[in-house]
Design a protein around this ligand. Sequence first.
Ligand code: LIP
Length: 257
Amino acid sequence: MQKKLIKIIKRAGKILKKGFYSNKSVSFKAKKDLVTKYDIAVENYLKKEFSKYFKEFNIIAEESDNSNIEFNNSIIIDPIDGTTNFVNGVPHTAISVGVYKDKKPYIGVVYNPILDELYFAKVGKGAFINGEKLKVSKEKILQKSLLATGFPYSSGTNNEDLKDVLIKIENILPHCQDLRRLGSASIDLCFVSKGVFEGYYEMNLKPWDVAAGIIILSEAGGKISNIEGNSFDMFKDKYIVATNGKIHDELLSKLDI
Ligand code: LIP
């Protein structure tokens, strides 16, 4: 499956890349949540090809109506993760595809066609970027750690969420090296896998933002939990906390207050 999967995702990457360098008209799904014809085109292409070659899987995808699709043997797609980056020409944008068998992680692929970086992991086989093995950072001290986060679309309308974002920054910023907001959850998780970031947290993400990245990070030796430190459920948990494992508890102690 993996060869065919990657081939299809790389072809879909050509659609994303063409869009990245074109003039785009933008529609709003919500006050801050954007969509372009390229999100739809990439998603339709992936769905068409995946349903042709991987008939035993159903498909859960960001721009589709998923209400009647049961998560089980599922391919979870974000056609353009980091749509705001995509629209504004920031090259942190990716196709994210997570494959689950019996609800269990199987394969994760995150492909940034602008930088031609393909992150891949298969459970039990390790994680790779363009074929080279990925390993999380060895840093143990939060104060020396570069962290990343994201701001939820709901911060434009939900004051509680906005306050929570700000409180968490206030609690964390003095206790880490610095904090980044790159704008693509799937790439943030890959950057933890690569050892660029020691940790990452964000609220209100959707399964398609993280389905691939959490497989890649687990295979690179990282740790993923919810904000209480329990096992992360991408369909239910408000917060994801993802780290190199070594700073996990210390980061949680600053977040979960
Ligand atoms: C986006 C993320 C971004 C996050 C947003 C959103 P989209 O995904 O990856 O980093 O902060 O909340 O979920 O909407 O571009 O696919």
